[in-house]
Design a protein. Structure first.
Ligand code: SAM
Ligand code: SF4
Length: 329
């Protein structure tokens, strides 16, 4: 699949549920209304859409959410998608998770062919973790990370950098990751979806954070790019990689190789734009995949060139109304 700007689309991110067992304050409102279950694609339907994308040339699938590991029966989906890895038609099957269920599932994930997981962890302080996630238990995530490592999975930690919340803890996260052989990626907050409170209060430009980190750590730019918004440096002192995801301050759209599917079968061609394609209707219209493949082709043909995230200073409203838990992180 090649979009109108000559970009090869090889990466699909799939949200399998909008639900979550945590309520991270930058991601969700405290009292979220979730979608009625009948709106969701079934696990079989998710497998069909993912497989259609693989047939169209997608080489990497990332399962996300909401919290993907709270979707009932989700391992059935991982198991069936694993067949594409075995056949060699897919290079990577991976997931982004809050880690709370990893102690239970790490072994099964590895058995399905998953080799790497991204675990979101913003703080190593149990009290702060409970406050930020509105009730989460840090210990569960720590046990999940240990279980993933024991199962042979490579773990990358994702931390959202929040002004006045965890900004003083980034050195500790670097050390903690270094000791465990984990890479770390720092994420700037993005204005997605209505939440309580003022997001601009916690917005921390990563350029500022990087300058601060460079006083203590020797950071060397790495040439690697993943077609996404992350830029990587090597940390000489720990030997690990550090990533910076800066959707607000850098334009990363020229190399974009990805599209995102929501749990209701809506395809977003760009995280920062509202244009979307309904894949559920063609999916349910017939048992064959012809209509679905036609809808996918039509959607890729209108992938926009790029986006411009803003938090409107007058209204303080986000640029994009849907939550990250809907589109998938
Ligand atoms: N529940 C899983 C998790 O937390 O990893 C997967 C879904 S979550 C929406 C994916 C990622 O999006 C997480 O790393 C989370 O920190 C990040 N995220 C959520 N809301 C965000 C926001 N407003 N700005 C930046 N990152 C956000
Ligand atoms: Fe749940 Fe992930 Fe959102 Fe936190 S960031 S509330 S863990 S979906």
């Amino acid at each position: 699949m090649i979009d109108p700007f000559g970009r090869k689309i090889t990466y699909l991110r799939v949200s399998v549920t909008d639900r979550c067992n945590l309520r991270c304050s930058y991601c969700m409102a405290e009292h979220m209304e979730f979608l009625p279950r009948q709106e969701l694609l079934s696990l079989e339907e998710l497998d069909r859409v993912c497989s259609a994308f693989v047939a169209r040339g997608v080489r990497k699938l990332r399962i996300t959410g909401g919290e993907p590991l709270v979707r009932r029966g989700v391992m059935t989906l991982f198991r069936s998608l694993g067949r594409h890895l075995e056949k060699g038609t897919l290079d990577e099957l991976t997931l982004t998770t809050n880690g709370t269920q990893l102690a239970k599932y790490a072994g099964d994930l590895a058995a399905c062919g998953v080799e790497r997981v991204n675990v979101s962890l913003d703080t190593l302080n149990a009290g702060r973790f409970a406050a930020l996630t509105r009730g989460g238990r840090l210990q569960e995530v720590l046990e999940g990370v240990a279980a993933a490592k024991a199962a042979g999975l490579a773990v990358k930690i994702n931390a959202v950098a929040l002004k006045g919340v965890n900004e003083g803890e980034i050195d500790d996260l670097i050390i903690w990751c270094g000791e465990r052989g984990l890479d770390l990626t720092l994420i700037e907050t993005m204005p997605l979806g209505e939440i309580e409170g003022d997001r601009t209060d916690h917005y921390l430009p990563l350029s500022e954070l990087r300058a601060r980190l460079e006083r203590r750590w020797t950071l060397t730019d790495l040439p690697m790019t993943t077609g996404g918004p992350a830029r990587y440096v090597a940390i000489a002192e720990t030997g690990r990689r550090l990533g910076f995801i800066t959707p607000m301050t850098h334009n990363f759209c020229e190399g974009c190789n990805r599209v995102r599917l929501t749990c209701t079968g809506t395809l977003y061609m760009c995280l920062g734009q509202d244009d979307a394609a309904d894949l559920r209707t063609p999916l349910r219209a017939s048992e064959g995949d012809e209509a679905l493949l036609t809808a996918i082709d039509a959607a890729i043909a209108r992938k926009p060139k790029g986006h411009d995230f803003i938090i409107d200073p007058a209204t303080k409203r986000p640029a994009v109304e849907r939550h990250m838990s809907v589109t998938g992180g």
